[in-house]
Design a protein around this ligand. Structure first.
Ligand code: 1GP
Length: 252
């Protein structure tokens, strides 16, 4: 019998009361020490989970060291956000078992998933099935994932893919503008996708200010992901300020 795991239950429980803030740390951009420090601050500030992953180089020892450092310094759930089957670490709590539905390359739709499936099972990682949609500009993940990025002015295409993802059994939908995107996913697109799906909606890419974050939430995002704005804040003190700012934009 298929069971819903602990982290997914935690997400649903929290969503009953508020919108959620997940912080993404890319092992290619942050050292284990900094990742641990950011995760600790994130826990104190009221962030809900830490995601770990990236499109380039977030694998092997580097990935393990970052996940371990986060686990040692915070109680927040650590969810893997893999660029491929290389992005698996046995030290995490769960993994977004994601399919880049609008990729042109089947490797990113089902191939990497098949190559990683037994490892997820062996490590007893909790898989959370997720439809992953890359929206223009798509940035690195769009290029690496061979996506056909959904045009920003075509919310209906995003909604069609999102609904298809739900009908395929995926229990989360993620609208991704790409890490470091100059503009986040447009509010009209978030709103239309939210209107047609029943599963929680995650939005990320290019969210840098409290205003960006609250706009995403007001449009219908259930979970907002922030990464670059915190990683590139410049110092730990500035990272804390940024975390507080973004968290207040999400939690209201
Ligand atoms: C990227 O959606 C995430 O996969 C976060 O994007 O780094 O732009 O915050 P940023």
């Amino acid at each position: 019998m298929l069971k819903i795991g602990k982290v997914e239950r935690y997400i649903h429980e929290r969503l009953k009361n508020e919108k959620l803030h997940f912080v993404l740390l890319d092992p290619d951009d942050v050292s284990p020490e900094t990742a641990g420090e950011i995760a600790e601050m994130a826990g104190e500030i009221g962030v809900d989970a830490i995601m770990v992953g990236g499109s380039t180089g977030a694998e092997g020892d580097v990935l393990d060291a970052v996940v371990k450092a986060i686990k040692e310094s915070s109680n927040l759930p650590v969810i893997l956000f893999p660029g491929s089957h290389g992005g698996i670490s046995k030290y995490a709590d769960a993994i977004f078992f994601m399919s880049l539905l609008n990729s042109r390359n089947p490797f990113f739709i089902t191939g990497a998933q098949a190559l990683g499936a037994f490892q997820v099972r062996r490590y007893n990682l909790e898989p959370i099935p997720m439809a992953y949609l890359v929206i223009e500009p798509g940035e690195t993940v769009g290029w690496v994932g061979d996506a056909k990025p959904i045009p920003r002015h075509k919310p209906k295409i995003a909604a069609a893919y999102a609904l298809a993802g739900q009908y395929l059994g995926m229990r989360l939908v993620y609208l991704e503008a790409g890490s470091g995107a100059r503009q986040p996913v447009p509010p009209e697109m978030i709103a239309l996708v939210k209107r047609v799906i029943d599963v929680p909606l995650i939005v990320g890419g290019g969210i840098r200010t409290a205003e960006d974050a609250s706009k995403a939430v007001e449009s219908g995002a259930d979970i907002v992901v922030t990464g670059t704005a915190i990683e590139k804040a410049g110092s730990l003190e500035k990272a804390r300020e940024k975390l507080e700012e973004l968290n207040s934009g999400i939690k209201g």
